[in-house]
Design a protein around this ligand. Structure first.
Ligand code: PEP
Ligand code: MG
Length: 758
């Protein structure tokens, strides 16, 4: 068979490469041998290996081009044919390379006599490490099989480059761009940090690419496929058991679609071909993943992209079964002291695999503030930058990286001068932090004797550590949806109960306000299919889902009641738009209390039920609402976006209006007054409570209870030491009636005059 001759050729070539590598010599000598063998095996006059250094592709080895071009010839990513292969991460075959518009002539190589050109990217874990090319004098068309073969041997070259022993000689060092790079992204979590780059790899690293025996490798592939299907089967079974009217039904559909893709013959065939060409099972799967990614970069159709993403994910699952590892061990091993983690994208659990004590910052190619990994990173209190396009290709392992989370910028390999300035900024911040930490013992009382209760917002169990460190009075907002977001499946009753119990334990007697699920909008659950809301923030979310799908809310309330046995249970409902919604939710709670009593479960010591004021319509029913609730909590993030009709997640407009505008302050002042009249406790738990100047204004408006991110407690406590709340109230009375865009300036002047640190 014609195919057989080709595959045998490819296998033989791989075998020769393995023997050549085993013969020893330094990394460069071995690379030269690789290039010679590939040229011979592919019947080409030239074979060259370009290795990526920074953003430069450097010719590291060649068979056929002039030897003195080695280390001298270099191309930027995107420059010439080689640079183009790197930037698109896909192969290029040309019968007449020199007539291609992007051909760039490098006289030192002597390549003018070669006409046909075939180049493939050298990829490992989704990262382009270099480019491998062959050239021939005659104008010839390379066949699909030849392209495949070169892609296959590129897996071996990738392994060799990733070994890290290929060093540039000193005299060539200055010629490549290891220039400082400034990478801009979006701010996700503030803070400054430095460390060395660790590039996150999904899955375990592949250490063997060339197979001894393709038959054995194919058996390994089938075994792994079978194990993967069994795991998917049992996941499906579990979901069908759970489904009965609960949200499992949605995930079941998704899982079934996923399983169909796993049985995709094209995918399996490509893996089989890669194994037959002489790769180990894991290298074959990785090779097919590289192809999938290259295709993904080229398609814009969302349906096809999703399907390719599923294939990518399946590849990882299969690799896990093949290597018996998800790569988490290697994440725990040999980490530098200060790690700036660089990832294309990552799951929250993968982040938690790293040693927390060494993580200094996180830079993500694809992350946004709402991504689950960002939510976890925030709880680790490290600066996070998201949406840094192409970061994986621009940073080398061990590069020094300086992360400015306040401005959403990362500096890679910066100048000495910059390092000095940055280090000084960090020292200044550290001093401030130390000052705030020392203020832990300061009373949370204003200069004129008003006691303010400071609480933290939390979403993960680890957030509760900050409760004690910060000296806060309790948890004013526990966002229950966060544990739901980082799980692969809807947590069952037992899991939820355990989780809430743990929160009670960690809080050791301090009050915790549990907010029921606020999913939808930007908070999507992987297993609950997203609805096609045109306007998700105003769509099917939060309490609306809870009321329309009572099984979800009931299950959560049941878990809360069980966990709260003998304790105080404080529950609040998000996004209440009218009293009737609150009444319906409360009725559900009452029903569950009765049900639990009926079944003999120990009840909570006390139950307090509150509503979040986030939708302006509720303001007009405040007197009626305040007769029904035990407390009110203002969710200013949502409230302000709805007051101004201004999407909080859209950077184009999110800063257009100021929370310190007369309109917002007046609204909030009226809410506090109504609560005071009704004798109902009120708090505010949006981000503004954690900004010292905003918190000052809130105290001036009459708020005595503020809930904020844990890192903000110190600064707010510090601010109130010199604040005369009575005087500020008088000042605000004249400010809230103004027609100005904001009264931020006037409030800052008030603070400055009183020596208040904001
Ligand atoms: C808010 O909207 O202010 C709030 C606290 O809730 P979240 O930010 O979780 O929507
Ligand atoms: Mg909200």
């Amino acid at each position: 068979m014609a195919d057989d001759t080709h595959w045998v050729g490819s296998r033989q070539l791989l075998r020769r490469l393995r023997d050549a590598m085993a013969r020893g010599g330094n990394a460069h000598e071995r690379l030269d041998r690789i290039a010679q063998l590939i040229a011979r095996g592919m019947v080409a006059e030239v074979c060259s290996v370009y290795v990526m250094r920074g953003e430069t592709l450097v010719l590291y080895s060649t068979e056929g081009l002039r030897k003195d071009a080695v280390f001298r010839t270099r191309l930027q990513v995107g420059e010439g044919l080689v640079g183009n292969i790197a930037s698109h991460a896909s192969p290029l075959a040309l019968a007449d390379a020199q007539s291609h518009p992007q051909f760039v002539y490098r006289p030192e190589t002597g390549e003018e006599i070669y006409h046909s050109f075939l180049g493939v990217p050298v990829i490992r874990s989704g990262r382009v490490l270099g480019v491998l090319t062959v050239q021939n004098q005659t104008q010839r068309n390379y066949t699909e099989e030849e392209i495949e073969t070169l892609e296959t041997v590129a897996m071996v070259v990738a392994e060799h480059i990733a070994g890290g022993d290929l060093k540039l000689p000193d005299e060539a060092m200055g010629m490549v761009t290891s220039e400082p790079v400034r990478l801009e992204g979006t701010k996700i979590n503030p803070g400054l940090a430095t460390g060395v780059a660790v590039l996150h790899e999904r899955g375990a690293p592949i250490t063997q690419t060339i197979a001894e025996d393709p038959e054995v490798e194919m058996v390994r592939v089938w075994d792994a496929m079978r194990a993967m299907h069994l795991a998917l089967d049992s996941m499906e079974q579990k979901l069908s058991d759970d489904a009965r009217g609960e949200p499992g039904g949605e995930s079941l559909d998704i899982l079934r679609a996923f399983r169909m893709i796993a049985a995709d013959h094209g995918w399996i065939r490509r893996i089989r071909e890669a194994v037959q060409s002489g790769l180990t099972a894991e290298a074959a799967v990785a090779k097919v993943q590289n192809d999938t990614r290259a295709r993904m970069a080229q398609v814009t159709d969302p349906y096809i992209r999703d399907r390719l993403l599923d294939l990518d994910d399946l590849g990882y699952r299969l690799l896990q079964h093949l290597t018996g590892s998800d790569g988490s061990e290697s994440r725990r091993e040999s980490l530098p002291e200060d790690v700036v983690l660089i990832a294309r994208s990552m799951g929250p659990v993968e982040l938690l695999d790293y040693d927390r004590t060494r993580l200094r910052a996180l830079v993500l190619d694809e992350g946004t503030a709402a991504s689950h990994v960002a939510i976890v990173a925030k709880s680790l209190d490290i600066p996070v930058i998201g949406n840094v396009r192409g970061v994986i290709g621009k940073v080398e392992p061990n590069d020094p990286v300086f992360v400015d989370g306040d401005n959403g910028v990362a500096y890679v390999r910066p100048s000495e001068d910059f390092k000095k300035r940055f280090t000084e900024s960090i020292a200044f911040r550290d001093r401030k932090r130390a000052e705030y930490a020392a203020s832990r013992s300061l009373p949370a009382v204003t200069l004129d004797g008003e006691a303010i209760s400071l609480q933290i917002n939390a979403g993960l169990v680890i957030d509760l550590d900050h409760l004690h460190e910060s000296g806060a009075d309790g948890v004013g907002l526990y966002r229950t949806e966060i544990p739901f977001m980082i799980r692969e499946q809807f947590p069952r009753l037992g899991t939820q109960t355990e989780l809430y119990r743990e929160i009670y334990e960690k809080a050791s007697g301090r009050p915790v306000v549990f907010r029921t699920l606020d999913i939808g909008g930007d908070k999507l659950l992987p297993y609950l299919r997203a609805t096609e809301d045109e306007n998700p923030a105003m769509g099917w979310r939060a309490l609306r889902i809870g009321l329309d799908r009572p099984a979800i809310l009931r299950l959560q309330i049941r878990a809360l009641l069980r966990a709260a046995a003998g304790q105080e249970l404080r529950v609040m409902f998000p996004l209440v738009a009218e009293v009737a919604e609150f009444d319906a939710a409360r009725a559900m709670l009452e029903y569950e209390i009765e049900r639990a009593a009926h079944r003999g479960h120990a009840p909570p010591k006390m139950v307090r039920v509150g509503a979040m004021l986030e939708v302006p319509s509720l303001y007009f029913q405040l007197p009626q609402l305040l007769r029904q609730v035990d407390f009110l909590s203002v969710g200013s993030n949502d409230l302000v976006q709805f007051l101004f009709a201004c999407d909080r997640g859209n950077p184009r407009v999110s800063d257009r209006y100021d929370v310190l505008s007369p309109a917002v302050l007046r609204f909030l002042g009226d809410v506090v007054a109504a609560c005071r009249t009704a004798g109902v406790p009120v708090s505010l738990c949006g981000e503004m409570a954690g900004q010292p100047l905003e918190a000052m204004a809130l105290i001036g408006l009459g708020f005595r209870n503020l809930s904020m991110p844990p890192g903000a407690i110190g600064a707010v406590r510090h601010m109130m030491q010199k604040l005369d709340a009575g005087r500020l109230s008088e000042r605000l009375a004249s400010l809230t009636t103004r027609a100005d865009h904001t009264v931020r300036g006037e409030l800052a002047e008030f603070a400055a005059a009183g020596g208040i640190s904001v």
